[in-house]
Design a protein around this ligand. Sequence first.
Ligand code: PEP
Ligand code: MG
Length: 762
Amino acid sequence: MQRRGDDPRVMTSEPALRVIMRRLREIMSEPGDGQARLDKIVKQIAGVMVTEVCSIYLKRQDGSLELFASEGLNPKAVHTTRMKRGEGLVGRCAELNITVNEPEASTHPAFSYRPETGEEIYHSLLAVPIGRSGQVLGVLVVQNRAQKEYSDEDVEVLQATAMVVAEHLVSGAVAGAGTAIELEKSLSAVIQGEQMAEGIALGHIVLHEPRIVVTHLMAEDPAEELLRLDAAVASLRASLDEMFDHEHLSGAGEHRDVLEAYRMFAHDKGWERRLREAVEGGLTAEAAVERVQNSTRARMLRQNDPYWRERQRDLDDLSDRLLRILAGRVTSADEPSALPPDTILVARTMGPAELLDYDRKRLRGLIVEDGSGQSHVAIVAKALGIAAVGQATGVVERVNAGDAAIVDAMTGEVHLRPSTDVIAAYSDKVRFLARRQRQYRALKDVPAVTIDGVKVDLHINAGLLVDMPHLKDSGADGVGLFRTELLFMLSNTLPKVERQADSYRAIVARADGKPVVFRTLDIGGDKVLHYLRQPKEENPAMGWRAVRMGLDRPALLRTQVRALLRAAAGQELRVMIPMVSMAAEMDAVRALVEKERSIMRSKGHEAPEKVLVGAMIEVPCLLFELDALMKKVDFVSVGSNDLMQFMYAADRTNARVGSRYDSLSPAPLRALKALVKAAEKYKVPLTLCGEMAGRPIEALALIALGFRSLSMAPASIGPVKTMILALHAGRAAKLVEELLKKGTTNIRERLDSFAESEGIEF
Ligand code: PEP
Ligand code: MG
């Protein structure tokens, strides 16, 4: 080891250690908060030990290690990079309470690559535990670019330094590490996340089982080890088959696609080969699982694509499961009684099969730190009817097993250790929602007719097979918008015509004679299919998406149309085209549909009895071409989400501008009125299927404008129907007409007071 500025020949570890001690004392006596002190400490150690990197990782409640300070690694990684318990070389150091001295860290089987740190340029790594009274509080790490083994002196200095750091941590001189967490964990807290699966759940926290720590790396007998690995893989596959055939999941549904993809992953020959090669190379079966997981993860993380992130979760889930089998651990599904009857599961991340390990009857809610509504675990949670919230940042650190918690997936809130008042309020809310739901269910078979006799058709929006039971439950008249792209987004490859036809057939069958409007693929822009080559675009919402892609790549649209025609054999088929910008585009679409129909007939396949082709009105330009458009379509449907964003030039996904302009304003309402008139003139059925339709006050305005058909999320049918049953459409129409004539700007307020005066409750 060298000390900067000193003559290496007269160096011993003593002076270096003394220098470090002195500087640490100085740092502690200077003003500054805990973080500032940690930052100075790592800088000093790196300087004195002449290392390019010095980092401090501190242990969090769940045993994970968080990068708290670093000299040399990317500053953005501080407080972002977390190693799961036992993960990577740093995790091993903490878990086993050992010093790790690796000249070439990245080739070590336990190495865990974290691209955000920028550490790939550093080869050697020395990590020592920061411990006190036999407890590991964290890990102190130094790294160098050169490939070298650190000397015994280096190790001694770093160990002694770690002891001093531990003292300061324990004394509270560096706050934010231990004591703050303890305090925080006794208080009530609310974490704002995002809905993954709807519902409200009250219960008690169970922390998702932490990962198995691999301690034994090199195998004594590779042949024997190979047998262990083979047996474990076989057992893994058998347990997955058994789990997926479980009664709750055996029904058809889009969750089955997710689970099938997962099962295919478990049967993947490449994965098995890599595992075997690692064992043949001398590793234990456990170390091989970890090695293959880490190297695959490194490859997947380089692809900045949600599909690969989801696959990575599947792989993590599978690897953890295989490690548990190798360790002879039973899963919680084998021990259901270990779970409280009102379990709220908390996990940093979770794969679909991990959720299925838990006893469904005891699960009420799920909270994950990184999940989204589109993640695979969310789809399974929906299928099982579990309230789930994702993006609950920091939840794992802030809970203890057994804590009371409330998952409010309606608002995305998670209440930790709620007060009795909050519990009482939520119990009321759950009862109220149940009562409301009962009222809505009671209206299921009541037609949506206003008090002055105007009938309004109510349809649901859907995108997955699991949505279809809502058609019956809500008593809706049909599916007004089936977003087919979701089926494509969940598939690993572009679904071939027969597979698509099977999916559409299943939807038609579930609709049980009620009409379904299939929207052709609205892919492109931000909805990416990883198996389709799509150029990166500056303005994806206005880019190469939907029908633009369909017409430029006719094979894609043709396959979908062919599948839809086959699925609707002998019945009526309704096809709707998204993002139409010019009436003439409908000619091209119709020509394509007609060609497919004639091919079908010439091949002797049974064709649909009738094919209706409609256009979505989402691009404002089309509003000025209505006469031409109406002659070319069998129906039109307003995609108000897109129409509003393009009319106001306000990105619907950008929170800053997305809700800046009110759709209940004169300009958009006049546009919609013109549309109603054109549809009446040409006798073209008109509907609206954007989010507007599902909000009662907006639905009221639409009915006043003349809309007689609306399509919305299934949960909105009850509230909108309740409004319709209390509405006098004639009086509402008169009011809206007056407001538009005057150009009144506070239309929403005026409609609210109208509703109140008419006794309409929302
Ligand atoms: C719309 O734009 O209103 C619509 C229904 O389509 P999507 O939300 O799928 O873009
Ligand atoms: Mg749209």
